[in-house]
Structures are given as C-alpha cells and as structure tokens.
Design a protein around this ligand. Structure first.
Ligand code: HEC
Length: 203
C-alpha cells in the first residue's frame, strides 16, 4: 500500500514537472536538419534563381543586359538573399544533424547511392569543413546580390555560371565522395561532369 502511494505521489510530481516544462519546450525553436535546409531553402530557391536567370543567358554564357529587366534583377536579389540566409543557417548548425531518423535522402536507393548515415559520417569527420563550404556559398550569394543591386551583368553572369560548381564542391566532399575520383578525372579531361543530382534536376 505504502509503495503504491509513493508511486502515485511520484507520478503526480512527474505530471507537475511535465506541465511546468511544457511551455519552454513548445517555444524552443526546433533545430532543423541539414537535409531540411538543403531541400526546402537552398535547392528550392536556387532552382527559382536559375529559372529567373536562365532565359537571360546570352551566347557566351554571360547575362544579356537586354533580357535582365528590373523585375529579373529584383527577383535575383530576393532569391539570392534566401539562398544566402539558408547557407548561413547551415554554417551555424551545431551540432550538424544531416537527416532526421528514418528520412531518406535523394538517390539513397540507386546503385552506389550514398546513405544518410554515410553523409553524417562524412560531416562528423570534418564539421568545420562543411561550415566553410556553406560560408563560401553565402559569400558567393553576397557577391551576386551586390552585382545585382548595381545591375552589373559582367559580374553577375560569371557568378551565376559558377554557382552549381559551388554546390557541387560541397556535395563531392560530404554527399557523394565515392564519386570524387571519377568527377575529378572527367574535369581533368576538360569535361563537365553531369553527375551532380542537383544539376541534373536543373537541366
Ligand atoms: C555546405 C555544403 C553544401 C552546399 C554548399 C550545398 N549542398 Fe546540397 N547537399 C549537401 C549535403 C551534405 C547533401 C546530402 C544530404 C541530403 O541529401 O540532404 C546535399 C543534398 C542536396 C540535394 C538532395 C536533397 C535530398 O532530397 O536529399 C539537393 C537537391 C542539393 N543538395 C542542392 C544543392 C544546391 C542547388 C546547392 C547550391 C545552390 C547546394 N546543394 C549546396 C551539402 C551542400
């Protein structure tokens, strides 16, 4: 009887604690995973950015000033700012959780596809390296925003052209390093590796 009462008392105390804790827990911002920021913010907005600038790409892969009207420049600034904010969020992640348990990443099930676990292991080996790549992307977007603000096609064109390379450099280290040797071989031969799934999606 006594022990039953003790258990009840403990139960009530625990309930009290739970309700006390409820408020701050509900308010605490949920830490996003890299995968969520990558998919919902970086990829989504980079795709929209390419949609805005692709029709203005001229003959020499540069931007055609005649096709970059005010609305396109404004949209470029808006979307580049969103990609930049997301890249800064990734750079600030601590700890860096790649993916929520049970969530699958792109191409995980294709032959030679890399798993969420292997991505996490790559990140855990060099979290600062991943943050540096994220900062490189944020800075790249900062340069693009600055060029777009003054409608400088000569500066903005190459930055847009180089953007998928900035994405791919990080992917090669942390997403699918298994393909690094192959990609570097193709690059050394002057080819353009179309292995990057983000890039394939774009095309
Ligand atoms: C700081 C490193 C880093 C940068 C920079 C980066 N990515 Fe990623 N990205 C990753 C990692 C790691 C994964 C693998 C985990 C995953 O799939 O979510 C990934 C996965 C992806 C995926 C697959 C998402 C899925 O469904 O699993 C897409 C699409 C993608 N990136 C697009 C981009 C684009 C576009 C850019 C550039 C504008 C970019 N990434 C820049 C690290 C990066």
């Amino acid at each position: 009887m006594k022990s039953r009462l003790t258990i009840l008392a403990l139960g009530v105390a625990a309930l009290g604690l739970a309700s006390c804790n409820k408020q701050p827990a509900a308010e605490a911002p949920q830490q996003l995973t890299l995968h969520e920021i990558m998919k919902d913010q970086i990829d989504a907005n980079a795709d929209k950015l390419w949609e805005v600038t692709n029709p203005a790409i001229g003959d020499a892969a540069g931007l055609d000033p005649a096709k970059m009207d005010d609305a396109r420049w404004a949209k470029t600034i808006e979307l580049a700012t969103k990609v930049q904010d997301a890249a800064k969020q990734i750079a600030a992640l601590d700890p860096i959780v790649a993916v929520k348990p049970g969530v699958k990443i792109a191409d995980e099930d294709v032959p030679f596809g890399d798993s969420a676990e292997s991505v996490q292991a790559n990140i855990d080996k060099d979290p600062e390296g991943l943050r540096n790549f994220a900062t490189t992307l944020a800075n790249h977007m900062g340069d693009l925003i600055a060029a777009a603000k003054v409608k400088d096609v000569a500066k903005a064109g190459p930055l847009i052209d180089q953007l998928d390379g900035v994405c791919e450099s990080c992917h090669l280290e942390f997403w699918y390093p298994s393909q690094k040797a192959l990609v570097e071989k193709i690059r050394a031969e002057g080819g353009d590796p179309e292995l990057d799934p983000a890039k394939q999606k774009k095309n």
